[in-house]
Write a protein that binds this ligand. Structure first.
Ligand code: ADP
Ligand code: MG
Length: 469
């Protein structure tokens, strides 16, 4: 019966409302005359009761005439788990002394293996505004809504209008690259700030980590913590970056709890759902999934067309529908690429002073696909070959003639000729200033050997494949 009721409600209220509210109900006790439904938060319970209470009751009555009353309760179990986490969290905060945090941060800095880090870190002015500036174009109005993103859009809108409602805190947005996560986060921030006195901090998880480490190195971690804990809304983009960065995760976890406990809104994006982000600590994943989790799916052809139409219109340059269809067919990966292709077409049309046509589009796109092709460098080829044959890099330019180094050297020259657009003299220069005739000889010789020796041919093909992928 409950399933039928859910299905009917879904039809009545639509997918978005359904996922936002109804789907969070858990079926409890079924008595003769009373049905008990649970919701994880008081706020959600009150909302569902106000919006859908009557309807739930009448639907139950239709299923079973003996039902007198539908009771909506808060799910104590989930509540208790929440409280336990809170208490555990408080203990953690007390235990974590400054010294250990400092050491852990060092591990993250090492894990990062980022050469520029020390220079970068010391450049950070900790007194600076915490947030990275928001992109003014990333508004709700400029976001094109379709089936794949309507739920995330609705959730983002809801949080922008009512920040820190318990059932929506944190808001966790996830989906593939270039599907609009950052856009939606900025849209939330812009809308909140347009309504006045509210402090919003937006930054990537990467930036969060840099700042955290920088605050350690400049001994201003208290200041960093205080700044973070003083915002009304904290948005962290691309959280998957924190995988394997354990002390930064730890710091984020504490920040997260402090803010949520203080009734501030947290918004996080990632490329996967909390449960699929293995590599994040369990307790962090659990808390990330406690609010609203909204996914953005890959675009459909329809959505791509709508987006292209909107962007073409905004550009002011007329683009024929045939061209938009062509683009929506060709570029299916993500919205960023789609946008990039359209922008190129328009820029090209402006430059040559001719309108966008299907022919010009095919031409320009061909160039674009070519530019996307991976370019292999001679250095890369040399490194791969040296690694494969277990010789030294210096042997690539040395004068040694021993077969064990001369043959790999010839193979590297052959690959350089095949995989790059370098001329014979240019290749020769990269191999210890050898003459172009030497390179030509090497290229021919390897081709010959490949025909005679299937084992060698296979090695060369394998190298080629590895270099090209
Ligand atoms: P993500 O953060 O998910 O990788 P972005 O938010 O950076 O993706 O989006 C990439 C680009 O595509 C941005 O320029 C953004 O404005 C645009 N974009 C993505 N989805 C939409 C949409 N539904 N409507 C309009 N523009 C979009
Ligand atoms: Mg992004």
């Amino acid at each position: 019966a409950w399933l039928r009721i859910c299905e009917r409600l879904k039809d009545e209220v639509g997918d978005v409302e359904y996922r936002m509210w109804i789907q969070r109900i858990t079926l409890g006790a079924l008595d003769e005359d009373e049905i008990t439904l649970y919701l994880p938060e008081r706020f959600l319970r009150d909302w569902v009761r106000a919006q859908y209470g009557q309807r739930l009751q009448s639907l139950w009555r239709e299923e079973s005439s003996s039902v007198q009353h539908v009771e909506l309760k808060i799910d104590k179990k989930i509540q208790r788990i929440n409280e336990q986490t809170h208490r555990a969290v408080e203990r953690q905060v007390e235990v974590a002394s400054t010294a250990t945090i400092g050491e852990m941060a060092h591990d993250d800095a090492v894990a990062l293996e980022h050469d520029e880090l020390p220079a970068f870190a010391s450049n950070i002015e900790m007194r600076n505004d915490l947030s990275v500036p928001l992109d003014r174009r990333f508004t709700f109005d400029n976001f094109v809504v379709g089936k794949p993103n309507e739920f995330a859009y609705a959730c983002a809108g809801r949080v922008a209008d009512h920040p820190a409602s318990p059932g929506f805190n944190p808001l966790f947005l996830y989906g593939g690259v270039g599907l609009g996560k950052t856009h939606l986060m900025h849209a939330i921030g812009l809308k909140l700030m347009s309504r006045g006195n509210i402090s919003v901090a937006y930054m990537s998880a990467e930036k969060f980590m840099y700042r955290f480490i920088a605050s350690m190195q400049s001994k201003s971690q208290m200041e960093f913590k205080e700044q973070l804990r003083s915002v009304d809304v904290l948005m962290i983009d691309d959280l998957q970056f924190l995988i394997g960065k354990n002390s930064t995760q730890e710091e984020f976890f504490h920040t997260f709890n402090a803010l949520v406990d203080a009734g501030r809104q947290i918004i996080v994006s990632a490329d996967k759902s909390p449960s699929d982000l293995s590599g994040l600590e369990d307790r962090l994943r659990t808390r990330l999934g406690c609010g609203m989790v909204a996914d953005i799916h890959a675009t459909t052809f329809e959505l791509r067309i709508s987006i292209l139409e909107a962007k073409a219109k905004a550009s002011g340059t007329p683009v024929p529908p045939k061209v938009l269809e062509y683009l929506a067919h060709k570029i299916t990966t993500n919205v960023r690429e789609l946008e990039g292709a359209l922008n190129r077409l328009i820029a090209h049309a402006d430059l040559v002073g001719r309108p966008v046509t299907l022919e010009s589009t095919q031409d320009v796109l061909k160039d674009m696909l070519k530019a996307h092709e991976r370019r292999v460098t001679i250095d890369e080829i040399q490194r791969k070959v040296v690694e494969h044959f277990n010789i030294r890099l210096t042997d690539m330019s040395s004068a040694r003639r021993a077969r064990a180094v001369a043959r790999p050297r010839q193979i590297a020259m052959y690959l350089a000729k095949q995989l790059t657009s370098r001329s014979l003299p240019e290749i020769g220069r990269k191999f210890g200033n050898r003459d172009h005739t030497t390179v030509m000889h090497a290229v021919n010789r390897v081709a010959e050997l490949m025909e005679q020796d299937p084992g060698l041919a296979e090695s060369v093909e394998l190298l080629k494949h590895m270099l090209e992928s």
